[in-house]
Design a protein around this ligand. Structure first.
Ligand code: COA
Length: 161
């Protein structure tokens, strides 16, 4: 007698959801690890500590399995929101997560008096410029020698009402 056992196996695919939450100082180490890998000129630890201590700066995280995979620091004013830093872990880039961080930001300010998102981007940061333009940001100005290395900044704006 022989037993032929056919087991129909479904491929196991784990769907990992992305969650958004406000950051706390306990997240600083994970944020710094991403910052240092993602940028050639990363923010210093002190700049992040100052941001955590700044009453008006909002720090939102994108997480998967409770691990930080991206962050967005913003400074809202009366009429617009200024993006100070937005970054996705290089291992998770080009998966739509940056776009989800911007969706989350727009959702946060929907219905408020703030009608635009503003930001500065290095003119050499072609990936980020493509990213913002694909989202609908428009260049409204250029700031000459804005960065410490003499590089110009493009000023981009997105209408959010
Ligand atoms: C810019 C950044 C946040 C984009 O995040 P991301 O999760 O990789 O971007 P997404 O996957 O959401 O991409 C959305 C769109 O942006 C554009 N884009 C993103 N990465 C790109 C790349 N490497 N090359 C060209 N276009 C790109 C595409 O149009 C893309 O849409 P598509 O996937 O339909 O083609 C990420 O590259 C990053 O963290 N870079 C380092 C930090 C940085 O430069 N931040 C900006 C400072 S101003």
């Amino acid at each position: 007698m022989s037993w032929d056992i056919f087991i129909k196996m479904k491929p196991i695919t784990k769907h990992i959801s992305t969650f958004f939450r406000s950051a706390s100082i306990q997240d600083l180490d994970q944020i710094l690890r991403i910052e240092q890998r993602a940028y050639s000129q990363p923010w210093s630890e002190q700049k992040f500590v100052d941001s955590f201590n700044h009453a008006d700066i909002d720090i939102q995280l994108a997480t998967q399995d409770q691990m930080v995979i991206g962050y967005c620091l913003t400074l809202p004013s009366l009429e617009f929101v200024d993006v100070l830093n937005i970054c996705i872990d290089p291992d998770y880039q080009q998966q739509g997560l940056g776009r989800q961080l911007l969706d989350n930001l727009c959702k946060q300010h929907k219905g408020s008096a703030r009608k635009a998102i503003m930001l500065e981007v290095r003119e050499s940061n072609i990936v980020a410029i493509n990213f913002y333009q694909s989202y609908g940001f428009k260049q409204i100005d250029i700031r000459k020698k804005y960065y410490s290395n003499g590089e110009d900044a493009k000023i981009l704006r997105l209408q959010i009402d």
